[in-house]
Design a protein. Sequence first.
Length: 165
Amino acid sequence: MAKPKEQRVEVLIDVQNLYHSAKNLYHAKVNFKEILKEAIAGRKFIRAFAYVVRTKTGTEEPFFEALIKLGIETRVKDLQEFYDGQKKADWDVGIVVDAIRTSPGVDVVILASGDGDFIPLVEYLKNQGKRVEVMAFGKTTSLHLKEIADEFIDIDKETNKFLFK
């Protein structure tokens, strides 16, 4: 289905969510260039954010640079490691804040995440008159998130396009 070319779009990519789904389901890596291309779908690209986590080793820096070369702004958070060995790096609040802050300048928000924690965000954006499209792995996406989105783009249906195996 063709999408109106005049729509202004932004893409919010929950990198950890997509990364872990691709790894666990397919033992593969996500092709973020194709994710961005599919999300924009020929419309007016305003901006894209990728929410990423930096570890102490810094081995992910080339990946961050690759995202930037694609025109994706990176939001970087350092991985927190606690005394008991637990690790945490949650971007949910950052994604929500950016979505609310930037949505007045766009017509469509594409959320690349299957995390059901974003249901209130999707409801808020829709109440503000925004079209919200969710792009994620159908097998690991919250059913309610799929239902409330204006459109759900299932990465599982075109893994040859969206994954590097």
